[in-house]
Design a protein around this ligand. Sequence first.
Ligand code: PEP
Ligand code: MN
Length: 297
Amino acid sequence: MNPKWNGQFSCFDLIARTGGETGDRNRTVVKVRNIEIGGSEFVVMAGPCAVESEIQLLQTAEAVAEAGARILRGGAYKPRSSPYAFQGLGVNGLKILRKAREETGLAIVTEVMSEDDVELIAEYADIMQVGTRSMENYALLEALGECGRPVLLKRGMTATLEELLRSAQIVATAGNSQIILCERGIRTFETATRNTLDIAAVPVLKAVSHLPVIVDPSHAAGVRSLVSPLSRAAVVVGADGLIVEVHPVPEQALSDGNQSLDFGEFRTMMDDLQPYLDLQRASRQLRPQLLASGGAD
Ligand code: PEP
Ligand code: MN
């Protein structure tokens, strides 16, 4: 980590990590229904890029729940780069999300793009997602301070980590410290992937902040074949969870089909993560024993 960063974030007093080596005891754990993000669990959020229909969402919700996801994602309000692209189902999408929660018990994360929609979306969502294009929408960030729901704050695609932390501090200063940071890839000169996953962002953010950090391998990769390996990388660097796009028939998705997994691919991804999660758990338990036996020699 850049040595200039030492102590630099003490001005972000509400989100900066304090306590040096013991800082882990003071980490923020975001509680959503019966789920804890940033605690001992690795939490997977999964679902379609956009809510397209009731059947599409309910089928996806059942499939991802069965594979071990705890939170259902799905955009009802979509930020699109073309005015002619599918813009989302709006409030009807929110109603479908609510129905999926009732049927599966999954918590709901969905995007909010405008401060005008915060109150409405907070009635339906368990977590309010701020997309990459909105990370610097200060009116929105401030409105989220009073929404009474945790915030999933995605890194702007051209934002530095300092700028991401500044946005988190704005939400916290406005009254809401239940914030999850999300690395979703940034723009670089590389064109082989849609964005470049800045995997180092995870340990850096966890070193300087006490907030949970998750990874979005789907928007980073832009292609489904890379979603599983990037997810494993996220576990290895200590992420607290993932947000992954899954669709019943990715080829027919109204948005982000190229990077969406079908149900079988998502199940395989979850299975392939397991040994890495086991290793992480075992290494945490092993550490005190190793230290103890080291002392005895
Ligand atoms: C999304 O999650 O579908 C999305 C639009 O993500 P991002 O804001 O990271 O592009
Ligand atoms: Mn998407």
